[in-house]
Design a protein around this ligand. Structure first.
Ligand code: ADP
Ligand code: MG
Length: 286
């Protein structure tokens, strides 16, 4: 007996390292009207590295970085991993933090040796010209705030996935529609990635709920939306999209719950292949 085409397509996806959770999802892939991409960890590798530390208060570079690393250590965010790693590389002590909390798309807060430390989006800082300068260079900028006062800025840069531009091109051809970039990062960093992969519709500075709202906006325009994310800070958008596709990696546990499709092998090129498979399977069914 032969397998129904959609199931055969799912099995085929499985061999390529893609977990499609249902026949409904497999079918929906082929009906995608527009593709929306998350940036960090999706179009980029999600392994940023620290480029510079800019002190803003009385602390020196190493002290700012050590505070940030201590506060970030419990976080699963790619930026947190980069900050902790940079501190280790400089041989800095990374203290045990207490009272850790995090706000998705914003940052973290913890107490480090009696100091209240916030590490996160510099949107909370007013009138710090260094933020714009660093952002203009295409970096992701993170503010370090100690006891309510700006202590410094960290500039981080992430590499593009080698397969990002090709995947964007193929998905644009398959859907016949220009894709969209949705990110919590700053506009300049977003634009740099968008230019490199050929995306012109860029929406930056979005909190997780705003990413979901952007998906609903695309749907309201009559499009079936496929969202590709890494599961970090984009769970609401993954759940809102007609098809949520999560890339394997740090956010995998949450992503497996929320997404319709999980790319287990860390490789974007399987996505256009899967869309093609779904379309061919549908043609056979109909
Ligand atoms: P993206 O949409 O590109 O995947 P996120 O939504 O994960 O980005 O994060 C958006 C912004 O929020 C980051 O650029 C950073 O400024 C801030 N942020 C989020 N989490 C953290 C964290 N753990 N440490 C520092 N900054 C963070
Ligand atoms: Mg992300």
């Amino acid at each position: 007996a032969t397998m129904p085409p959609l199931l055969a397509a799912i099995a085929n996806g499985g061999r390529r390292g893609v977990l499609v959770k249902s026949a409904v999802a497999m079918e929906a892939l082929g009906r995608t009207g527009v593709v929306a991409f998350d940036k960090t960890g999706t179009l980029t590798e999600g392994r940023p590295h620290l480029e510079s530390v800019t002190p803003l208060g009385g602390l020196d570079e190493d002290a700012v970085l050590a505070l940030a690393a201590a506060a970030e250590r419990p976080s699963e965010h790619p930026l947190a991993a980069a900050i902790v790693q940079a501190a280790h590389r400089r041989g800095l002590p990374v203290a045990e933090a207490t009272g850790f909390s995090s706000v998705p798309g914003r940052g973290v807060r913890a107490t480090v040796g009696g100091t209240d430390v916030v590490v996160g989006s510099p949107a909370v800082l007013d009138g710090v010209p260094e933020v714009a300068t660093l952002e203009a260079g295409g970096a992701t900028v993170v503010a370090v705030i100690a006891d309510g006062r700006p202590a410094g800025l960290l500039a981080l840069v992430d590499r593009l996935r080698p397969d990002a531009a090709g995947t964007v091109t193929r998905l644009t051809e398959l859907t016949g529609t220009a894709p969209v970039l949705l990110t919590g990062d700053n506009a300049a960093a977003a634009q740099r990635v968008a230019d490199a992969v050929g995306i012109t519709d860029v929406r930056a500075g979005l909190l997780p709920d705003a990413k979901a709202a952007a998906v609903r906006e695309l749907q309201a325009a009559g499009r079936r939306v496929l969202l590709v994310g890494d599961g970090v800070n984009d769970a609401p958008a993954l759940a809102t999209a007609d098809v949520g596709v999560a890339l394997g990696g740090r956010g995998i546990a949450l992503a497996v719950e929320t997404a319709d499709v999980v790319i287990v092998r860390d490789d974007l090129t399987t996505l256009p292949n899967l869309l093609g498979l779904s379309r061919r399977a549908r043609r056979v069914v109909v």
